[in-house]
Ligand binder design. Sequence first.
Ligand code: ATP
Length: 570
Amino acid sequence: MRRRLHLFLAYLAPHWRIAVFLLVLLFTEVGLSLWNPQLLGRFIDRAKDGADVDALVRIALLFIVLTIANQVVVSVAGYFAEDLGWRTTNQMRMDLTEHCLDLDLGFHKEKTPGELIQRVDGDVATLAQFFSTFTFQIFANVLLSLGILGVSFAADWRLGLILLVFSVVVIPVLRRTQRVASPYFHRLRQDNADIAGFLEERVLATEDIKANGSDAWTRGRLDGLLERLRRTMRTESVAFRASSSALELSVSAATAAILVTSALLLHGGGITLGTVYVSYFYASLLSLTLFRISNRVDGLQTAMAGMDRIAELSERQSAVRDTGRGTLPDGPLSLTYDGVDFAYVDGRPILRRVGFQLPAGEALGLLGRTGSGKTTIGRLLYRGMDPQEGSVLLGGVDIRTVPLAELRSRVAVVTQDVHVLHASVRDNITLFDPDARDERIEAAMAALGMREWLDALPAGLDTVISDGALSAGQAQLLTFARAFLRDPDVILLDEASSRLDPATERIVAAAVRTLLQGRTAIVIAHHLQTVGQMDHIAVLDAGEVVEFGPRGELADTAGSRFSALLAGAA
Ligand SMILES: Nc1ncnc2c1ncn2[C@@H]1O[C@H](COP(=O)(O)OP(=O)(O)OP(=O)(O)O)[C@@H](O)[C@H]1O
């Protein structure tokens, strides 16, 4: 509860003026709602006492004016509540998105993108509702209920007492609803997040699913998830309706009690006919306010559950700490892995005592069987994760001692998973950097052998492309261009393993040569054309560097793993 409150206040604080204004509006609304029935009571009493028509018309006019004023206040308050809700939650969305981007790779592998979207968008959207729901349906109605009790006690303590007893009976019913229904709200959000995650993953893998005939399994799994959602929904709905019925029964009992007591008091001359009417009106209004509160308890609970998860996510610390304040030397950087141990899961080491030194401006070809740890070595270079033992040094400086932003401005990463965005070729290459000039982009593309492709594009750099619309070779070259334009000192290149036709392979190999020129690089190479360009070779086996040396030397060493590999491929 404390962390929910903390989170709520932290985001509300910058908008305290709107919040205070909203409070004033809510108090005004409650005041007007209490005052209006009093006018009706007075009207009845004055009419009964034979007041002149003018006096009655004045009361009626005042009643209309107050009703209109109340509606205006309600509308203005609605506007500000919605505004406040979206201002605060949009900020929260921004912060959470940034926070998620800052979290380490381990976190991103653990959560599906769909789950994160549900967290950042779904839960936060519920919070936006929370502001309007809470302020209007709960806070305003609680205030109004208290007001009704106060005014009823002032009219006659017996009437006040009946309404108080009614509220006291109803409040535990509400609390019970909360307790019974709460787990289902949590489960409902989780079920929705699971479905979002599942669908997102399957949509991305549509081609693989179709090609491998996994449609039936996918349908079956989705069916299972939907069935779980249906059951949770059903139970939650039954729990909610049962408590609503209990509430309605209490309301009828309270109204009957008020009518009987009023009739007795009226008979004894204790109260006027106007007061009887006002009491009846207040009893109905109190029932309505309690009903609204009960109706909104689910919204409140959903928001609370969302807030818990948001708090949990925002408290999650990145395993990669960005606390370094050092700097990397200017110019080309040497690269050292010094006794690096790494495990994704405790007790299951993936890299063991990995160590090698690469002079500045030279390229290392990383070879090894699938699962031997090549990608993992690369991830440590840009601090996707940090090693548990040992260190990675650039230009002799431990990369943990420099700010992440500086490290990542000097190191470019070209991964196998090419993500082509649905955007222009220019934006795909510059990643929406407005300062990148067209001449530079075109020069980069030309240097990487993409001139012909660029010339063939219908709208040049403005041509909009999307994922799946490019061949494997084109997609690879596009990511090379992204890296090339940034002009980094160090490159991590995880070459796509897809088979390319010999002509494209030659173009890609030439592009790799251009990309790596004068730069320090680790290349996870899958094509012999590329391996042939490396200065050094490291062979990895089960997380250990079993061979490291200049390429030519290893190639000529009879019995070396590298020479065997070359012989095998020949
Ligand atoms: N996020 C992760 N969480 C847990 N284990 C992981 C994770 N990523 C990789 N692994 C495991 O670490 C080991 C090394 O994986 P890595 O991807 O580094 O190998 P690789 O040599 O690059 O393989 P490939 O050539 O197939 O890409 C594998 O056993 C893999 O299952």
